[in-house]
Design a protein around this ligand. Sequence first.
Ligand SMILES: CC(C)(COP(=O)(O)OP(=O)(O)OC[C@H]1O[C@@H](n2cnc3c(N)ncnc32)[C@H](O)[C@@H]1OP(=O)(O)O)[C@@H](O)C(=O)NCCC(=O)NCCS
Length: 263
Amino acid sequence: MGSPRCEHPRMSSLAEPTTPTPTDPDRPRYRIEAMTLEDVPEVARVERRSFTNPWPTSAYRRELGNPQQNHYIVLRSAEPSREQEDADSSSARSFGRRTFLPLSFGRRVGEEAAAKASPILGFAGMWNAFDEAHVTTIAVDEPYRGAGLGELLLAALFDEAGRRGANWLTLEVRVSNDPAIALYTKWGFTIQGTRKRYYSDNNEDAHVMWSKAISDPVYRHDLAILRHRLLQRIGGPVEGFPTEQPAHQIVETSGQPPWGSGG
Ligand SMILES: CC(C)(COP(=O)(O)OP(=O)(O)OC[C@H]1O[C@@H](n2cnc3c(N)ncnc32)[C@H](O)[C@@H]1OP(=O)(O)O)[C@@H](O)C(=O)NCCC(=O)NCCS
């Protein structure tokens, strides 16, 4: 007997969001942007506060040197500090006066400086190869943890992986790193293997985790719901992070999950 003609569509495990996006849409609280070489010293400070075996700054410079394959982002507060606002508005005023340049030029320079001045709260990165995106790092500075920013960074990686035609995200995580394992599990990753003594500082094993196929409509639906809930939790839009899930560029894939089990 042939396989059943019409299967019941696999239902999403997540409930449809009921409440609309929060009422204060115009006040972005955070901004996601591409990591630049200028950011590396500050990223390195957060890195040292977040990892027991931190990457050297040279590693970030090398990664940023290959934007074709690599994608690195930083998450900043979109609300520059009061001092910074004051400092920049006065320099914008003086900038204009001193050199007769249009005031707007002085103001724009002030805004760019203010943007760059707002602290880096977290960062993330990945490598892209064919239909796989390999998450290489993700961290939120300790004082800002537990507020959904780790999810925001992961969701932004999903977006870019989809834009680049990846169909799966994968990563290694310390077997003892419960917060990170819980974060990835919440976004549909499962443990598909273990790398023995993977971490050089204490020979700790790594779990190898894989996402579900991003091209799977049920999974995409789940990701869209997680995104909606995340923006609700964060309390508004995020600069550089589309409210709606971007389209996914399908690249020819074998369809079989790379870990081969077909689970
Ligand atoms: C892992 C990390 C990025 C999570 O960032 P975060 O901003 O605190 O995470 P979020 O607030 O977005 O939490 C998202 C989910 O992660 C999980 N999680 C986060 N912190 C957790 C904790 N302390 N204990 C258990 N689960 C946790 C939960 O599932 C949480 O969902 P919930 O809030 O609905 O329960 C952060 O702990 C970190 O930077 N750790 C140090 C660096 C690191 O280990 N990176 C991962 C390398 S593989």
